[in-house]
Design a protein around this ligand. Sequence first.
Ligand code: F6P
Length: 362
Amino acid sequence: MRRIAVLTSGGDAPGMNAALRTIAKVAGLKGIEVIGFEDGYDGLIDGRVRPLTERLADGSLVTTPELALAGNLGGTWLGSSRSSRFVTPEGRKLAAASLDGIDGLIVIGGNGSLTGAHKLAEETGVRVMGVPASIDNDVGCTSTAIGVDSALNIIVEACDRISDTARSHRRAFIVEVMGRHSGYLAMASAVAVGADGILFREQGKNEGELVTRVANLVRRGFSGPKGKRRILIIKAEGVEIPCTRLVRLVEDELKGDLPGVDVRATVLGHLVRGGNPSYQDRMVGGRLGMAALEALLTGETDQMTAWLPQQVSGGTPTSDPAVFRFGLTQVLEETRALLDGTSPVTRWRVAMLQDLEKALSL
Ligand code: F6P
């Protein structure tokens, strides 16, 4: 394998650049040139490319300085698109022509982009690997996608700020968060900020039920025994009623019950998609990208790398599929092994870092 390509597609997600940087570093170390197609599948169709690696005078292949800088930034350095041309067979034919001379393609994106990756693998015969990236966390078979953690951190910070001002004035706030058809960001952030309620599409509530639910939360919160000073309700974007309409209907329903109580709405929108990626998104992005590269090198295609960090065997499952229980004896034994280097987890970390170290200095 001499030359591979990458592209980022769909909604940008913080951590995409970290994934690109790691792919370029590790591929460069193995002597594989990496190019990127600009603006997702649109750039693939048009054959617009940008180098991710460059050859130095001593023959080594290294990450371009521009990508090295962009690796810590949000957005996507390669650009992205939601390509309407790529969904047509004619568009995909043009895209396939751009892949001539390329030994493998890594597609970093959400479910629409991964659908495209699957079609390319089927139709072109080029090896294609997908890497899940979408703040919505709506990609199957992985516990998280690149961008989710950063987006949640921004939502949490925004809600903490809104809570400060809400408490000062004894107000209710409805905060709408992105997520398209998935309520994940709303559910996860609501728990993290101690919200009073969550509205998400998957609940299947109609407009009347939503209004009653919010009105009841506000009524109970402000005039109930707790006498709250802040009501915070997180609404997922997938709940179709616009925030302004919801606020008006709730205020109509509350009229007379709670004079002087304000209900306000804030739509966080694209704010949560931007900004530098969190540690987790850089780390997950790099590792999912590296695994996708390795899969291409071993001849794999038409697959996606997934984040399912479960490194300790055993443990009793709980009602939460991501949470297991371990006896303290096992915990203490494993802790000792982690620290003295005999644990497979430590050995795996050391081996992985030894490999990576060579790429890090490139
Ligand atoms: O898929 C990511 C996402 O941010 C969704 O949460 C949102 O519905 C959509 O993209 C917005 O897309 P655009 O930026 O194209 O308006």
